[in-house]
Design a protein around this ligand. Structure first.
Ligand code: GDP
Length: 296
């Protein structure tokens, strides 16, 4: 059972339209490509992205047909796999951990999964032998500080917080000083989110980025919000120029469109995918494996 089941099924059906044909022609490939496009749009892929990628698939199919001896259906599967991989960024991209300490800034809307992800990333980096400090900069929700502290206790990672302090920049700056004095080489700063993009939040996170100069700024987004996820990513990137995307809730009933189109629309790599509430449910993002998963 996979979130891409529906899409995989429809793609498979699209490839089957080529069954029994011995050769790729303008006409039979057009039918298949149209079905692929419809399947992608049904999965909540942005229309322009779906059109671009299927135009590319068609062009490749017509250009390559004479060169290889696989069946037209197999050829289309192969080309679709390649084009989806390219669309999602081609190669895996790592996070940047320069600096002493290296600072990782976590941004995103409220409820997107920032705090959960901060814990997961901490766990992931701790496993690599790094000394991690988590910083609670979500100053508007007192419960957020508690949430991070509880999480920190669970995973054995120290949490820096200043309950009552309403100045995120001050907290983060103090946290970095604290990290330097206490041998913490990696600082993960969990920030405040809002339910929707708003000026105060954007100014605050921009100021944090400018002043802390993180080696990595990540944007966390709930994949279940589909095209909204892509639009929010665009808005954040215009203000924040982040380095990478974290797609959360890929275990949910998302139709997968965000995973497929976000890279292309925002032109920033997806670096992690989060697939559950357990601290171990974090994976690096491999475009080729994701394309394979989509094709079923
Ligand atoms: P924040 O407001 O951005 O810090 O979001 P939270 O980390 O508090 O997450 C919001 C809700 O989503 C919580 O109930 C989390 O348990 C849940 N959540 C976070 N990441 C995932 C995920 O990858 N999969 C699922 N199913 N739930 C998640």
């Amino acid at each position: 059972n996979d979130m891409f089941d529906n899409l995989s099924f429809k793609l498979d059906r699209a490839f089957k339209t080529l069954k029994g044909t011995g050769k790729i022609t303008e006409i039979n490939v057009a039918t298949t490509v149209k079905e692929i496009r419809r399947a992608l749009i049904d999965a909540d892929v942005n229309y322009k992205v779906a059109k671009e990628v299927t135009d590319k698939i068609k062009e490749e199919a017509l250009g390559r047909d004479v060169l290889i001896s696989v069946s037209p259906g197999q050829l289309l599967v192969k080309i679709t796999q390649e084009e989806l991989t390219q669309l999602m960024g081609g190669a895996k991209e790592e996070i940047n951990l320069k600096g002493d300490p290296s600072v990782i800034l976590i941004s995103g809307l409220q409820g997107s999964g920032k705090t959960t992800f901060s814990g997961k990333l901490g766990t992931y980096l701790k496993k690599q032998g790094r000394q991690v400090l988590l910083v609670a900069c979500d100053i508007y929700r007192p419960a957020a500080i508690e949430q991070l502290k509880t999480l920190g206790e669970q995973i054995g990672i120290e949490v820096y917080a200043e309950p009552g302090n309403q100045n995120a920049l001050e907290i983060a700056t103090n946290a970095i000083e604290y990290a330097k004095k206490n041998g913490k080489k990696t600082v993960i700063v969990d920030t405040a989110g809002r339910l929707a993009v708003d000026e105060v939040m954007m100014n605050e996170i921009s100021a944090l980025k400018e002043s802390l100069k993180p080696s990595e700024t990540l944007f966390v987004v709930d994949s279940m919000t589909g095209q909204d996820a892509v639009n929010t990513a665009k808005t954040f990137d215009e203000r924040l120029d982040f380095d990478g995307v974290v797609l959360t809730k890929l275990d949910g009933d998302s139709r997968g469109g965000a995973a497929i189109s976000i890279r292309h629309v925002v032109n920033k790599p997806i670096k992690f995918i989060s697939t559950g509430e357990k601290m171990e449910n974090l994976d690096l993002f491999y475009p080729d494996r994701m394309a394979q998963r989509i094709l079923g």
